[in-house]
Design a protein around this ligand. Structure first.
Ligand SMILES: Nc1ncnc2c1ncn2[C@@H]1O[C@H](COP(=O)(O)OP(=O)(O)OP(=O)(O)O)[C@@H](O)[C@H]1O
Ligand SMILES: [Mg+2]
Length: 475
């Protein structure tokens, strides 16, 4: 498959992309028509519900590729939308609403609209890019061999891939929210691709030329996190020798991804709430408010609702953040993505920079399809990387596929350890270390690994540091 659909000059067949403008306001139709024709689109107009249906169902080249549909015409736009869907019209419908109202937007999307735009339009570019986007997206969904969600600006190897209906829904939501400045919470288990989705949203937004700053809220102590996020004034604390800008200032007109937001302290939660409400904050040790324009995205693999119920997370902040939630399902619920992910990772992880992509037997893929992937896509990527190394970049067979902690070598050989004089404590320590190593392998941070094991981070660090008096053999 090629690297994308060229829609500069029109549709895939080389003809101009054909847009139907359905609106009863003839001035609006005329001005939109002029702008769209200037862009190189072909335009037809409809001024009533009945005319819209007639034009949308036209045959051959007269059939529109994308429909712009007014929410309120002589008849209710939603009922026109319903009729279009009932008639099996595949052209994506973009609803135009006079009042950009969340409820209408939701109804439109639930009714099968691909997207919605509030009138009056800020600028025609927004309309043009929405049309292009929905056209590309519709092509993408229709195409049988189309398996990649294309990001033109991003390196091939860093692309997000997915064919499962669940991932198509995720991609669709990404397309919908990318051009907005809405706060977004991305949820899902470890390794499902939350960070990648945040990057994708940023890459598709109008802010893409400004930075996306990513910070893990669980990885640093509160005071450091505060000064990283909000900066500090000279002399704010011992060692603060000069004024320092925080990430929120650096990300001005860009975006920030707060990873593992559930780990934020109450003090920082309050400060973040203020940024979301008033777009301003004070640097540590400062009194002057700093104003910023930053799009906030957050990621969490925790149930934040539960954290709210338990009083660990502010409810008002929760509602501020959860404007849009993008949930990425675990890999075991979308096993259909595995073959595509495998070929993607074989392309990405060559044995050497000049090697061709390794190949894989059907039996090996079958083996991958039987695993339940607690570490999700990250685990799959690791398994493939290991298999490429073991097969020396040639053909990957079942023998090259092993699943981390569950593979046989992770099991302690108790019999020979006892014969060699190990004590119970030594055995238990070995098992503990194995479990910790496995949890670290499956988790993005030590904090997550500790959570997985049901211990505190300190306990994890202590156990990691335990010196074995005698090495216990593992099978
Ligand atoms: N759909 C996908 N297509 C291609 N690569 C993917 C996909 N999903 C995840 N990956 C890969 O899996 C790895 C984990 O993804 P990512 O870091 O985005 O997960 P995460 O959900 O943020 O994990 P964590 O909760 O542990 O932080 C990355 O290396 C990424 O390249
Ligand atoms: Mg992450």
């Amino acid at each position: 498959m090629g690297s994308g659909f060229s829609v500069e000059a029109g549709g895939l067949d080389g003809n101009a992309l054909h847009v139907l403008i359905a609106d009863d306001d003839c001035d609006l139709r005329a001005s939109l028509r002029d702008s769209l024709e200037d862009t190189g689109f072909t335009v037809t107009e409809a001024s009533s519900g009945a005319e819209t249906i007639a034009r949308a169902t036209a045959s051959g080249p007269r059939r529109p590729d994308v429909i712009l549909l007014d929410y309120r015409m002589d008849v209710d736009g939603l009922s026109v939308l319903r009729q279009l869907k009932d008639k099996g019209i595949e052209a994506p419908v973009i609803m135009m609403t006079g009042v950009a109202n969340g409820e209408m937007a939701t109804q439109a999307i639930q009714g099968g609209a691909a997207n919605y735009l509030g009138k009056p339009f800020d600028d025609v570019e927004t309309v043009v890019s929405a049309i292009r986007h929905e056209f590309e997206y519709a092509q993408l969904k229709r195409g049988e061999s189309v398996v990649e969600f294309l990001t033109k600006s991003v390196d091939r190897s860093e692309r997000i891939v997915g064919v499962s209906p669940q991932m198509i829904e995720v991609f669709k939501l990404v397309g919908l929210v990318a051009r907005t400045t809405t706060t977004i919470v991305i949820t899902g288990e470890t390794g499902v691709g939350k960070e990648m989705i945040a990057e994708e949203i940023h890459a598709r937004s109008d802010r893409r030329s400004n930075p996306l700053i990513k910070i893990n809220c669980a990885a640093q102590p509160e005071s450091l996190l505060e000064s990283l996020l909000f900066g500090h004034e000279k002399g704010a604390f011992t060692g603060a020798l000069s004024q320092h800008k925080g990430y929120f200032e650096v990300a001005h007109r860009g975006a920030i991804l707060l990873d593992e937001i559930g780990e934020m302290s109450p003090h920082l939660q309050a400060k973040l709430l203020r940024v979301l409400q008033d777009q301003q904050f004070e640097r540590v040790g400062g009194t002057e408010p700093v104003k910023v324009d930053v799009r906030v995205m957050a990621a969490t693999n925790r149930n934040l609702r539960q954290a709210v119920d338990e009083g660990r997370f502010r409810e008002d902040l929760y509602y501020r953040l959860y404007v849009v939630e993008i949930y990425i399902p675990p890999l075991r619920e979308r096993m259909g993505d595995i073959p595509l992910l495998v070929s993607h990772f074989l392309e990405k992880h060559r044995y050497s920079p000049r090697s061709p992509a390794a190949r894989i037997t059907k039996e090996a893929v079958d083996k991958l399809m039987t695993h339940d992937w607690p570490g999700n896509v990250r685990e799959l990527e690791n398994v493939i990387q290991r298999a490429v190394a073991l097969s020396q970049g040639e053909i990957i067979t079942e023998e090259h596929i092993s699943f981390g902690a569950r593979s046989s070598h992770a099991v302690i050989d108790v019999d020979s350890a006892l014969r060699e004089g190990s004590t119970l404590e030594e055995l238990m320590n070995s098992l503990r270390r194995e479990a910790i190593a496995a949890a670290l392998r499956l988790s993005s941070t030590p904090a997550r690994a500790a959570e997985r094991l049901g211990i505190t981070l300190d306990e994890l660090e202590a156990a990691r540091a335990t010196r074995l008096t005698r090495a216990v053999k593992v099978r």
